[in-house]
Design a protein around this ligand. Structure first.
Ligand code: FES
Length: 105
């Protein structure tokens, strides 16, 4: 699979603890801005029953799935125990001068 670095927006487009989504072919990706300013990207689909993670609440570096409250670590993509599973994560880079967000997909 070829990796592509995509410009997906600016940091100021996302509120702290908020999210944005974009689509690459069949995959919807959610960008989350943590309260500390970090931006992380994961597939926008809960590994449980496909809940839309971008509608979930961000708490620290986890998002709580809006459907059944599974907690997913946005750094590793791992689901918090006792639940199990993992979502795909994507590398994010932010240009400090322009605030542009690039995601490698
Ligand atoms: S679909 Fe996410 S917790 Fe059930």
């Amino acid at each position: 699979m070829t990796m592509t670095k995509m410009l997906v927006g600016k940091i100021t487009d996302i509120d702290p603890k908020g999210s944005r989504t974009f689509r690459v072919n069949e995959t919807e990706i959610a960008l989350f801005r943590l309260s500390g300013g970090e931006v992380l990207a994961v597939e926008n689909k809960c590994p449980h029953k496909g809940g839309t993670l971008s509608d979930g609440m961000v708490c620290g570096s986890k998002v709580h799935c809006p459907l059944h409250d599974w907690k997913i670590d946005l750094h590793s993509g791992a689901v918090q125990e006792p639940d199990t599973g993992c979502v795909t994560t994507f590398e994010v880079e932010i240009d400090e001068n322009s605030g542009s967000i690039y995601v490698t997909v």
